[in-house]
Design a protein around this ligand. Structure first.
Ligand SMILES: C[S@@+](CC[C@H](N)C(=O)[O-])C[C@H]1O[C@@H](n2cnc3c(N)ncnc32)[C@H](O)[C@@H]1O
Length: 238
């Protein structure tokens, strides 16, 4: 049991996340870029790290069948939703485990790490990236979607702004509670600065191809604070 209640049941997860301007826009952009770099088709293997309800793989393959998707998540209730969602793939492999216990093979043309990296404690983040490297085929693409903060104060300010900007007619007590619990979580959220993550990916051998800042788009914070979609490639060293 973690200190954010929404993760105890899969019922409200997608419903709440899509009401967030940061999350919703980030997912739309992540899928658009995934499809640009690796168009979904019959020879594509996807690995979806900390996949949640599998919504991202589902959207990615929505109109073109892929070869295989590996869905990995620690939450069995979320994976039940993913299992029932009928992802458009010849094969759907579901792994209900801690991502660090997952044993990949280098078969994926694309890995999704969408709001995933920040769930690993800082001293485990490099191992998480190692698992991605072990999943990606040569010149494979990593869709790395994350929220970056350089301090806890900025994290609290970010979530306050987010709560303020969600239209009143869709905001509910439960959604606000989810966002407040997310901003103060000490056992499930380990967000880091963009500089920390950028350096770790670079040192792990990934090449940044493209990045977009998603939210906030105004000048409230320094540019490096907020939600980003980054596209990395892993080139095999020969
Ligand atoms: C914010 S959700 C993102 C889910 C999905 N990628 C999305 O974009 O909707 C984070 C997910 O990470 C999973 N998770 C957190 N820590 C994990 C770990 N160590 N191993 C596997 N899954 C983990 C949670 O169960 C949750 O489904």
């Amino acid at each position: 049991m973690v200190d954010i209640e929404i993760y105890e049941s899969a019922n409200d997860y997608e419903k709440f996340q899509v009401l967030r301007p940061d999350y919703n826009s980030a997912i739309i952009k992540s899928i658009e870029l995934a499809r640009k770099y690796i168009p979904p088709k019959g020879n594509v293997v996807v690995s979806d790290f900390c996949c949640g309800t599998g919504m991202n793989s589902n959207k990615y393959a929505s109109d073109s069948k892929i070869k295989k998707v590996n869905l990995i998540d620690i939450n069995s209730k979320f994976l039940e939703v993913a299992r029932d969602s009928q992802i458009n793939s010849d094969k759907v492999n579901i792994f209900n485990k801690n991502i660090l216990d997952y044993c990949p093979s280098k078969e994926s043309k694309i890995v999704f790490s969408i709001f995933a990296y920040h769930h690993l404690p800082d001293n485990q983040k490099v191992l998480f990236l190692k698992k991605i490297k072990e999943s990606l085929a040569n010149r494979g693409i990593l869709i790395f979607t994350e929220i970056f903060f350089s301090s806890k104060e900025l994290e609290l300010e970010y979530y306050t702004k987010l709560i303020d900007e969600i239209p009143k007619d869709v905001m509910s007590k439960d959604l606000e509670l989810f966002l407040r619990q997310t901003s103060t979580s000490s056992d499930f959220e380990f967000k880091v600065s963009k500089e920390f993550a950028d350096n770790q990916l670079l040192e792990s051998g990934f090449t940044l191809l493209e990045e977009l800042k998603i939210w906030p788009t105004d000048k409230t914070f320094d540019r490096s604070i907020g939600t980003f979609v980054q596209i990395y490639r892993l080139d095999e060293v020969v």
